[in-house]
Design a protein around this ligand. Structure first.
Ligand SMILES: Cc1ncc(COP(=O)(O)O)c(C=O)c1O
Length: 401
């Protein structure tokens, strides 16, 4: 049957160059005509260990055959097992966690927890962060959220930690702030990484007044940035961590994990949160298997290694073609800004040509940024092939600039 996809709501501004993907395997997608594509965006950062990982498929099959869903009044041992494994990743001994359905929900859950136990009314965050499609962190009303614009701090050359001698720092109303919600890289999908000194200084200031550090690891988690979690690049210890996307490898499960100290305060706070798919055994079993696979197969180190190869290749292309304005990268979270005289039509054309040649990259409409976020399991040969195709494509479009 001929289909147009017109009956589906879609996010405006994005083309749909591939209309009938019927099969996937690791970093490969296959369309109905038998064409193969290398997925370099992991389905928006989700398939951390590749599409259809055989061990994940086996667990999905076995766990859904046993029990997929429970309600509030009964549970299953596998959920507890998964919780222990995830808490251990953060050093949250005797902490607690909740399995939820999406990244937005995991962040929202963390924020509500923090607001239930915070003694100060406001939350601090970075101005350009993205926390999800809905909820308090998405809306960020000015009465309860202070959004700090860190872009001016990106090239700060003062050695000392941030202090009131800096006007930007002095403007942060720390005396009203009970929590810091931090996205350790991505910043509205543009792959920007806030500076380490700033983040460490903020975390220290918040901790000094017994505030909470919440980290949004929805995109940066489970090995994406060359470490298990993005916050580990900053030497900070969070109190609450929201995980999503990669933890389910494409299955909609997310997790909010908290330290023992937070869990104890929450227990006395009267905090309530209920939805139908909270702590479901199927999602928990998948998250547990993803964590085990990453651990047993050494995929964090592998992702770091593949990221270094990609970055090196992109830098070489940048030197040789002069078609790349800038590159930002941490592990397998990379972005290139193309030289297209701020005319994003060229970036769009490059992306479309790459799709035609079998490579899927992410692009935000109207911008000159291409994002590259393959699975930790990508083959080195696929990276090398992609780099060769990218270079040829950029040269092909160079005369349009
Ligand atoms: C940094 C970040 N946080 C949270 C979310 C929300 O996750 P989800 O789309 O699974 O609700 C996203 C989604 O893109 C994200 O990029």
């Amino acid at each position: 049957m001929e289909t147009s996809m017109d009956c589906l709501f879609r996010y405006p501004g994005y083309e749909l160059p591939l209309k009938d993907i019927i099969r996937s395997e690791n970093c490969y997608l296959y369309d109905a005509d038998g064409n193969r594509y290398v997925d370099l965006e992991s389905g928006v950062w989700c398939t951390a260990i590749g599409h259809g990982h055989p061990r994940v498929l086996k667990v999905m099959n076995e766990q859904s055959g046993r029990i997929a869903h429970t309600g509030f009044t009964y549970t299953s041992r596998i959920v507890d097992e998964a919780a222990h494994a995830i808490l251990a990743l953060h050093g949250f001994e005797s902490g607690q966690c909740a399995f939820l359905s999406s990244g937005s929900e995991a962040v929202e859950y963390g924020v509500r927890l923090a607001q239930a136990i915070n003694s100060l009314p406001m939350m601090l965050t970075m101005a350009d962060s993205y926390f999800g499609a809905y909820g308090a962190a998405s809306a960020r009303p000015a009465e309860t959220w202070f959004s700090f614009d860190w872009m001016a701090c990106a090239n700060c050359d003062f050695d000392a930690d941030c202090s009131d001698s800096c006007g930007r720092w002095a403007a942060i109303p720390f005396d009203q702030i009970g929590g810091f919600l931090f996205e350790p890289g991505s910043s509205s999908g543009l792959v920007r990484f806030p500076p380490e000194k700033l983040v460490r200084s903020i975390a220290a200031a918040i901790k000094a007044q017994n505030g909470l550090i919440l980290v949004n690891e929805v995109t940066t988690g489970v090995g994406r940035t060359g470490k298990w979690f993005g916050y580990q690049h900053y030497g900070i210890q969070p109190d609450i961590v929201a995980m999503g996307k990669g933890i389910g490898n494409g299955y909609p499960v997310s997790v909010t994990a908290v330290s023992r100290q937070v869990a104890e305060k929450v227990a006395h706070s009267g905090f309530k949160y209920a939805q139908s798919h909270q702590n479901d055994p199927l999602g928990a079993a998948i998250a547990l298997e993803v964590v085990r696979i990453i651990d047993e197969e050494g995929l964090v180190a592998r992702g770091k290694e593949m990221g270094a190869i990609l970055l090196d290749g992109l830098q070489t292309i940048q030197t040789r073609t002069k078609a790349i304005r800038s590159i930002r990268a941490r592990g397998l979270m990379l972005a290139v800004d193309l030289e297209d005289n701020d005319n994003s039509d060229i970036t769009r054309a490059v992306q479309q040509e790459l799709v035609r040649k079998g490579y899927i990259l992410a692009r935000r409409p109207g911008l000159n940024t291409l994002r590259i976020d393959p699975s930790l399991t990508i083959e080195k040969q696929d990276i090398e092939n992609f780099l060769a195709v990218l270079e040829k494509t950029l040269i092909q479009f160079q005369n349009l600039r």
